[in-house]
Design a protein around this ligand. Structure first.
Ligand SMILES: [Zn+2]
Length: 236
């Protein structure tokens, strides 16, 4: 309760002002929407449908979010807010029409990670990013601004993160979206008896890949989440 009651996210309202029209009914405050989403993460409710229902029943969750009891946002308002954070008309970063991707090879030993299809280490990736910032990440820009302004810079101000003696730890983890990769053929090869052609297909989730989950030892379809954590060096 204390964590959320004292969470000042008011900068969010000025940061998001350009994403709202001056006309029409007064929208929910972006700061309240963000606080509510963070609260849903805290309670491990990962569906907006369930969270919107929860806010109606659980008055404490409504109050901590910043909403009056009995006047909480519906599911659509959460999706609308999420849409305003995404700076693109398209739902995905990648083009949904592309040829099939190369599947990673299954590792020989148990518990081993699959050899990467694109052989780039995180260090090499960071060096590339510094020289050529990825342009195709533009839809995420507002999210990065929110993270930097409201969380990272404030953590630095509060002395929780020391930029001069920063120690970073990183690890990747699979984020499952579905059991199967959904795609649709747009060529006529199958009618000619060719099953494994490399023609373009339409992908439902073009930003996802097939990967090998070394922990559960199975293939998965989804995202690769790489998380970096900043902590104090030992002894400080
Ligand atoms: Zn084909």
């Amino acid at each position: 309760m204390e964590k959320f009651w004292n969470l000042d996210l008011s900068d969010m309202d000025s940061l998001m002002a350009d994403r709202y029209s001056n006309f029409g009914p007064a929208p929910r405050l972006p700061s309240d929407m963000l606080r509510s989403i963070l609260l849903s993460v805290e309670f491990k409710v990962t569906s907006y449908t369930k969270w919107a229902a929860d806010l109606k029943e659980n008055h404490l969750h409504a109050i901590l979010s910043g909403f009056p009891v009995g006047d909480t946002p519906g599911v659509g308002t959460f999706y609308d807010f999420q849409g305003r954070l995404w700076m693109s008309d398209k739902d995905n970063l990648s083009n949904p029409v592309h040829p099939p991707k190369e599947k990673p090879k299954k590792p020989d030993k148990k518990g081993e990670k699959a050899p990467p299809v694109e052989k780039v280490s995180v260090k090499e990736l960071m060096e590339q990013f510094q020289l050529h910032p990825p342009k195709d990440m533009a839809p995420c820009k507002r999210l990065y601004d929110v993270f930097k302004g409201l969380f990272l810079e404030r953590s630095v101000q509060d002395g929780l993160v020391d930029l001069l003696s920063l120690s970073l730890a990183g690890d990747g983890t699979p984020v499952y979206t579905s059991a199967k990769e959904r795609k649709k053929r747009i060529c006529c090869c199958l009618e000619k008896g060719i099953r494994d052609c490399t023609c373009d297909r339409i992908y439902r989730q073009p930003d996802c890949n097939i990967g090998w989950d070394s922990h559960r030892e199975c293939w998965y379809f989804g995202y690769d989440l790489y998380m970096l954590t900043a902590g104090y060096p030992q002894g400080v």
